[in-house]
Structure formats: structure tokens, C-alpha cells
Design a protein around this ligand. Structure first.
Ligand code: ZN
Length: 253
């Protein structure tokens, strides 16, 4: 029963995340005005704004102008709903659930904005660092010291890589947004998970980069955003860091 509540809760928040994804890069208010069709500007009635359900009922089209609604909306609602369910199954009805759900929600917004615009908004990552550090004071999973080292390690290591890259190749390879994102991840997950995030993010990022280069014939100058891979690494670390660490220690030899 509570699992169903967590899915509905996730879908509702997902609907709000869509608003953030569309409006934050344009520096618009995420509160007013209410939702409206981006094509014909007609305000969307509450009964046409039910996460997932309305998209299906309207068959993906605006009720008024019949212009198709971006599949991004139900996709984000669905992903957020599933994230909420999985986090609920892991942490139960607890403060940990709420804090980690807020963290994953921030990663979802960052990932989609980075994919569209190649930027990671400071309005998410900077307050995120503060929330992560404060959260460590109430979370049973790790200590403030873990969180602080995670923040310094996450931000510091990428800052070093970015500076070195710029010095070697005389151009920017990694944005400051990635540095702040990894600092936020470190503050939320602690130092062990931030190391895992860097490893996983780089691994999946390079494999994807190589595939894109082979398929599209583009060279290394074709920058792919790193934020989505760091976010993915962070979510894997959040759920499976103990399992991965256990597996590593067991099979090391
Ligand atoms: Zn319309």
C-alpha cells in the first residue's frame, strides 16, 4: 500500500521536475505562471495535468491545438516514480528516504538539463552541497566527516583534472558545473561512494564516448556532457556501494 503511495508521490514530484527542466535554463520562475501548452499557450487544466495518466488519456497531444506533447514529460514522471519506489523499498518510510529522494530528483533535473544545454545550473548544485553536508548530521548511514571529505574529494579531484586538461590541451574539457556536481555528490554520499562515482562515471562515459566517436566519426573535440554519467554513477553508488565494495574485496585475489 505504502509502495503505491511512494509511486504516486514520485510521479507528482516528477511532474514538478519537468517544470524545473524546462524553466531553470531560461531563468524563469518555477512557481508562476501555471503550466501551459508550449505551442498554443492555453493554460493546462488540473485534470489534464495528472502525471502519466493525462499523457495516456490525451494520447500525447494537447487537448486544444492537438500539437504533440514531448515524450520527456511522461518519461521523467515515470523515472521519478520508479526512483521513489526503489528508494522507498531500500530505506522505508524514513528521513533517509526523503533526503535521498531529493538527491536523486536533483540528479534527474541536472542530467536532462545537461543533455539539452550542456550546463549544470548552480541553483541546484550549490544549495545541494549545503543540503548534503547538513543531511550527514541526521543520516544514520555516514558521518559529517565522511560527507566533508566526500565534498572535498569530489570537488577537488575534478577541479585538478579540469585544470590539468586545460593546461595540457589549451581548451576547456570539463565545465565548472561538473566540479560542483561531483562536490554535491560527495557531500550527499560520502568519500567512498564519491570514488566509486568517479570510477563508474568515467567508465560508462568513456565507453559511450568511444561508441559515439565510432558511429558518428567525431573526434575527441566533440564534447559529450559528463554530468549524466556522474549522476548515473552516483545512483549506482547510492544503491550498490556496499555490494560493489564487498565484491571487490572478495575477488581481489
Ligand atoms: Zn496546445
Amino acid at each position: 500500500m505504502l509502495s503505491i503511495v511512494s509511486i504516486i508521490f514520485g510521479a507528482l514530484i516528477g511532474s514538478f521536475l519537468n517544470v524545473c527542466i524546462v524553466r531553470l535554463p531560461k531563468e524563469e520562475s518555477i512557481i508562476t505562471p501555471g503550466s501551459h501548452c508550449p505551442h498554443c499557450k492555453t493554460p493546462i487544466k488540473f485534470y489534464d495535468n495528472i502525471p502519466l495518466v493525462s499523457y495516456l488519456l490525451l494520447k500525447g497531444r494537447c487537448r486544444y491545438c492537438k500539437e504533440s506533447i514531448s515524450v520527456q514529460y511522461p518519461l521523467i514522471e515515470g523515472i521519478t516514480a520508479l526512483s521513489s519506489l526503489f528508494l522507498f523499498m531500500r530505506f522505508g518510510p524514513s528521513l533517509s528516504f526523503l533526503i535521498y529522494f531529493a538527491f536523486v530528483a536533483a540528479l534527474i533535473v541536472i542530467t536532462v538539463i545537461d543533455l539539452y544545454h550542456q550546463i549544470i545550473p548552480d541553483v541546484i548544485s550549490l544549495p545541494g552541497i549545503g543540503v548534503g553536508l547538513l543531511a550527514s548530521l541526521v543520516l544514520p548511514q555516514f558521518t559529517f566527516f565522511d560527507s566533508l571529505i566526500g565534498f572535498l574529494l569530489g570537488g577537488g579531484s575534478l577541479f585538478l583534472v579540469a585544470t590539468l586538461y586545460q593546461w595540457l590541451f589549451k581548451r576547456e574539457g570539463m565545465g565548472g558545473g561538473d566540479v560542483k556536481l561531483l562536490a554535491m555528490i560527495g557531500a550527499f554520499l560520502g568519500w567512498k561512494a564519491v570514488i566509486l562515482t568517479i570510477l563508474l562515471g568515467s567508465l560508462v562515459g568513456s565507453i559511450t564516448g568511444i561508441i559515439i566517436m565510432v558511429l558518428k566519426g567525431k573526434d575527441f573535440k566533440y564534447a559529450i556532457p559528463f554530468g549524466p554519467f556522474l549522476s548515473l554513477g552516483a545512483v549506482i553508488a547510492l544503491f550498490y556501494q556496499n555490494e560493489i565494495l564487498f565484491w571487490y574485496l572478495r575477488y581481489r585475489g
